[in-house]
Design a binder for this molecule. Structure first.
Ligand code: SF4
Length: 102
């Protein structure tokens, strides 16, 4: 990687929220097309994952493969297992507790 590109990448990385820097790093290394798509969509939406999920540019080439989409048969609002766990909704004990407290 040439010096000029390294400099531009460092400048861009400094503007990215910490949570997404690893995705950006994988993308710019050219080793992961998934990371490249995820980083591009996040960058397009100012690093707001809900904006990516609700993207309205139906003609964008990345639309069909953008991250954070709500699966058509979703029963959990489109959140991944990790996201649900962060919200305290993912593990079985939390689900049982919620059912029992109703
Ligand atoms: S699919 Fe949507 S979020 Fe992703 S790059 Fe295209 S317009 Fe941006």
């Amino acid at each position: 990687m040439n010096i000029e590109r390294q400099k531009k990448i460092a400048e861009r990385r400094a503007q990215i929220p910490r949570a997404y820097r690893a995705t950006y790093n994988r993308a710019v290394k050219g080793k992961s097309l998934r990371a490249a798509v995820n980083a591009q969509c996040l960058m397009c939406c100012c690093w707001q994952r809900d904006e990516v999920r609700n993207c309205t540019d139906l003609a964008c080439p990345l639309y069909a493969v953008r991250p954070y989409q709500i699966p058509q048969n979703s029963q959990n609002g489109g959140f991944s297992g990790a996201e649900l766990k962060k919200q305290g909704k993912g593990d079985k004990l939390c689900q049982i507790k919620r059912k029992c407290s109703v």
